[in-house]
Design a protein around this ligand. Sequence first.
Ligand code: FE2
Length: 190
Amino acid sequence: MAVVTNTENGVAVTNDDEVRALLNTVDVEYERWDLSRVAADATADEVLSAYSDEIDAMKRRCGFVTADVIDITPEVPGLETMLAKFDKEHTHSDDEVRFIIGGRGIFFLRGMEGQVLSVEVVPGDLIRVPRGTTHWFTLCTERRIRAIRWFQDPAGWSPNYTWSGVDREFEPLCFGPAYFGTLAQKTISL
Ligand SMILES: [Fe+2]
């Protein structure tokens, strides 16, 4: 389960219904998907095959043309340069949909009234950030995440930066595996 924090008052929620309700205030959808069909060391092709029905359904629903598996570890060359692309406030012309299968990270979502929610996503979380939503993303200290991504543009991830600088006002606060219980602890290592 995700941890969603209202950065104005520091109140955090983890209950599925409360997570959904809080994310709905910024028009973001949240689901939990079953992780048991893939092993922690499954290849990208095995992951895409295991979730092919759900991947295709999401393509039909949102107009996506492709999906892939992003796999970030501390060993990825140029990791900090890559993260510096994600952690500046931006929007996309398509929905940003991620199904987390390993590791964890934080989405910051900025609503129409300027409110900022921080969303720590963990394995089993699926999040859909609608096109045009201002947001940014960063990793927790262990620098690991693995996720299925969907795209409308075959070229892949394409940001429109706002250059608002608001992203510099928020420190990523990760609650950590102990917060999430046994399942997350088992799947957190890639
Ligand atoms: Fe994004």
